[in-house]
Design a protein around this ligand. Structure first.
Ligand SMILES: NC(=O)c1ccc[n+]([C@@H]2O[C@H](COP(=O)([O-])OP(=O)(O)OC[C@H]3O[C@@H](n4cnc5c(N)ncnc54)[C@H](OP(=O)(O)O)[C@@H]3O)[C@@H](O)[C@H]2O)c1
Length: 298
């Protein structure tokens, strides 16, 4: 069935993943408007329609009038603003809201407990669930943005120093999606308006393990990597304490530990979650190609 979604407003479009989602929406011929804060330092290609607006209910509503969908890719303090953004979308008559989920499986209550920041993501979807008579929603779960997380060493493998930190033995599978496929998945969700209505959509480009990644780095660089080991239980304990003391640098390690632990919460195949890869026409990606691109970009 053809989608009635043509006009899409996107928030956070200049961010790490926002730029890929923006590019995909434009490529898939949506009529895109970027909504960005007046204080934003983000820049956008000149052909993109940008509306600068304060994040107040009335200004957001004004920005959303006439839009069929709102895609939120905000981060940081912006998470807390999302309920306000949803309300403005409802007031403007928007049909579909995609919240800033885009990562770990936030439907897993144990993961939400282990990584307190996931509460914000889950709460927004719960709010959307309570408003289904006024707006529809789709939350997209992607696992790691695999190219981004490797390039920025958020997954702790360092091609320059030839080092890696391995959690819980390193054989636990986890899922990842390339930034390009995150963008494509978002566009395809909007193209499949009725099938993706009021649902979590799980996508991934690949499943790998830390040990496999290190082996691929070693093969790609022709060097042996020096590996140190840590336990996700210890990392979780230490970083929950740090977070309680207001140290937000704990969030990254908590997210990694939740994905790498032996229960494999980061493996989107094993959580009873239906994969949407085929239905959205998302190509599988070879882990070697991702690592080669990361290493050659250095
Ligand atoms: N799965 C993964 O591996 C992974 C990795 C990174 C991020 N993520 C997820 O992807 C989503 C986007 O993250 P990101 O890293 O792309 O974000 P980001 O680059 O840090 O920021 C995205 C945008 O959020 C807006 N923003 C920042 N602070 C804000 C505030 N206080 N209020 C309102 N808006 C604010 C800004 O837009 P303007 O300046 O245009 O207003 C900014 O460009 C998040 O849900 C994040 O958790 C997932």
């Amino acid at each position: 069935m053809a989608s009635s979604i043509k006009k899409v407003a996107i928030l956070g479009a200049g961010g790490n993943i926002g730029k890929h989602v923006l590019a995909a929406l434009v490529k898939q011929s949506f009529d895109v408007t970027v909504v960005s804060r007046p204080t934003s330092t983000s820049t956008f290609p000149s052909h993109i329609h940008v509306v600068k607006t304060e994040y107040t209910p009335s200004e957001l509503e004004k920005a959303f009038v006439g839009q069929d969908a709102v895609v939120s890719l905000v981060s940081g303090d912006g998470f807390a603003d999302q309920v306000k953004i949803v309300d403005a979308a409802i007031a403007a008559g928007v049909k579909r809201f995609i919240p800033s989920d885009f990562g770990s499986d936030t439907t897993n209550p144990k993961a939400v407990e282990a990584v307190p920041i996931f509460h914000h993501k889950r709460q927004v979807v719960q709010y959307l669930e309570s408003k289904e008579d006024q707006i529809s929603w789709t939350a997209i779960v992607t696992g790691f943005f695999i190219d981004f997380c490797l390039a920025y060493k958020l997954i702790p493998i360092d091609a320059g120093n030839k080092t890696a930190v391995i959690s819980d033995g390193g054989d636990v599978p986890f899922s990842g999606t390339t930034s390009e496929n995150v963008g494509l998945a978002t566009a395809r969700v909007l193209e499949k308006e009725s099938e993706t209505k009021n649902k979590y959509v799980f996508v991934s480009s690949l499943t790998t393990t830390l040990n496999e990644l290190v082996a691929v780095y070693e093969k790609t660089t022709g060097s042996k990597f020096s590996v140190t080991h840590e336990s996700t239980e210890e990392v979780t304990k230490t970083n929950l304490q740090k977070l309680q003391q207001g140290d937000f640098s704990a969030i990254g390690p908590l997210i990694l530990a939740s994905a790498f632990r032996k229960e494999a919460w980061g493996d989107l195949r094993t959580l009873g979650s239906e994969s949407w890869n085929e239905r959205l026409g998302l190509p599988a990606v070879d882990v070697e190609d991702v690592v080669k691109a990361v290493v050659s970009a250095k």
